[in-house]
Design a protein around this ligand. Structure first.
Ligand code: AMP
Length: 223
């Protein structure tokens, strides 16, 4: 079973949802750098104060800041049996830094799952996306609505639209994905780690495909 996993894919591809479902199956934590950064901003830490402006514009937070929170999180005991990275790495420099961090510890990444979703579907997903302002659980107005409109099923707090889910910011984030993050597809394919998964359509079917990759024993399945 592969337990050190990276999810790749454009913003809105469903990485968060799939990563959470896979984490429950594998019994390992999801490490979402976006969530870690939002927590720093909310707590108004020095790191959060530096990251805030980049995030509001939909730009990438500088690598040293992201590496600092990632290293801190990966050092926690719950990551010993594995982890799923969601939203990291986003640049070649981050992917290289991750290799340098994990390789010497014998904890190298074992599979990279790329969720492929057509751009038109992404834009639709963003416009309907709502998140709980307290626990961060993600909903969609049409495909995954809460039981009671505007309220989180899990904790009862209010659902909000993320400040960076506006159409202009979404365009910036998609552009950054194409420029900075897409080259990682080649990087991981060369290493035999890349698995492409059709990320449009039914959530359970996509999850089934991701589980097939993590339980596969032979390493010749890379795309
Ligand atoms: P996400 O929740 O993954 O969409 O991330 C939200 C925002 O956090 C991004 O638009 C970036 O500003 C920032 N961010 C999250 N992860 C990274 C990363 N690996 N590198 C740089 N910036 C990041």
């Amino acid at each position: 079973m592969r337990r050190r996993i990276v999810f790749l894919g454009p913003p809105g591809a469903g990485k968060g949802t799939q990563a959470q479902m896979l984490a429950e199956f594998l019994g390992v934590p999801v490490i979402a750098t976006g969530d870690l950064l939002r927590a720093e901003v909310a707590a108004d830490t020095p790191l959060g104060r530096q990251a805030r402006e980049f995030m509001e514009q939909g730009a990438l937070v500088p690598d040293p800041l992201v590496m600092e929170i990632l290293k801190r999180r990966l050092a926690q005991p719950d990551c010993e049996q594995g982890f799923i990275l969601d939203g990291f790495p986003r640049t070649l420099a981050q992917a290289q830094a991750l290799e340098e961090l994990l390789g010497p510890q014998g904890r190298a990444i074992e599979a990279v799952l790329e969720l492929e979703v057509p751009e038109a579907v992404l834009v639709e997903r963003f416009s309907g996306r709502r998140v709980c302002r307290h626990c961060g659980h993600v909903y969609h107005l049409h495909t995954h609505p809460p039981r009671c409109a505007g309220t989180c099923d899990r904790c009862g707090d209010a659902l909000i639209q993320r400040a960076d889910d506006t159409p202009a910011t979404v365009r910036t984030r998609l552009q950054i994905y194409h420029q900075a993050t897409e080259p990682l597809i080649h990087f991981y394919r060369e290493r035999g780690l890349l698995h492409r998964i059709d990320g449009s359509g039914d959530i359970d079917r996509i999850q089934h495909a991701t589980r097939e990759v993590v339980v596969a024993q032979d390493d010749t399945q890379g795309a």
